[in-house]
Design a protein around this ligand. Sequence first.
Ligand SMILES: [Ca+2]
Length: 412
Amino acid sequence: MQVKGLRFKVQGSRVLLLQRIKKLKRDGVCNPVTHVLKVIKAFKRICWGFKPRPTSETSPKIIGVKLKAQNYPLGLWFKHVTFALHLAPCALCLGLISCTGNIKDTKSVDTFINKMVTTHQFDKAKLNELFQSVEVKEAILKKISSPAEGMPWYKYRKIFMTDARIDGGVKFWRENESALSAVAQKTGVPAEIIVAILGVETFYGQKTGNYRVIDALSTLGFAYPPRSPFFLSELENYLLLCQDEHINPLEPMGSYAGAMGMPQFMPSSFRSYAVDFDGDSYRDIWHNNGDVIASVANYFVKHQWQTGQAIAIRVSATGDAYKTALTSELKPDLRLAKLESLNLTISRSLPLNTKVKLLAFEQEPLGQKPGEELWAGLDNFYVITRYNHSPLYAMAVYQLSQSILNKKGKIP
Ligand SMILES: [Ca+2]
């Protein structure tokens, strides 16, 4: 049982361990990886050379596994089993530790540093010193694989449409009334949308992330091949913004994906859209609510927010003809006349030349039949999806904004 249990533990850890280590090794990220891989390889050879016997509760030690029918000398088998039993726990620990180590002296980091030196005239020695303090975090690699946007709307909505988040929005609005009013008047972006963005992103600044931004961007840039170009570009932008804003790159904290401050701007967004509201020459999206509010509004202005226009409107359908209009694209693509031809009725009158995007949001199933709620997303709904490319996200922001607005109006 002991051996069998150990075997399954190793197999259960295989996905976490071998995939990560192989990726890290391929990228040359962790120095201990080569050693760990050898140990794991030896252990894998041994453990996967056997298969379980039918369960035997009384089986001691080696009983419970048996050799596969293959050429595997008994002497070598015992030698390997002994070796594996001694080293397996050590290998697992080393494997996990190696995935949370620093990343100095690797080829990909050197390439990145050289680019920063040649393109932006950074000091090579200082960058080498900086990256000696940067760590690859296994927890970040796990989180990037399971975003909340993968869940159905009726579950996603419950995360954000809570009394606490609505009340928090009213409170934040009241505490920052003057900045919100000034920014809304100047930009045309409604205060309730700015407040709702901050509510969804960070609970009004209460949850801005527990990772050093540089660790998050380096982990995903150097150790997560599917998004490596994107995150290396963000790392480049991050170092540039730290230089511009006179920030120590090791200090700012953010999300596991490197999103920063109260509005969770990625570094490239910070450089393009963050603004200084209070005139102190710094764009402080971590602590200065005025800068935060103005920066969120500026993000929407730069993505063509349409002042005074609706965001999303409920639609009802007769029959199934509307389903041909449901696509993964988010940009409004249907004229109102087309809606009528698909037997759709919009709950509010709009100018005839308005374009909308038909969106279906999955409702909690009643019995065996899944339900859906239909909405027409307008240009401003599309603008919200530029903040996060998800219709669920944009709908959560919109509905939260309306709840905050209603509640604020009801409380004197
Ligand atoms: Ca400022």
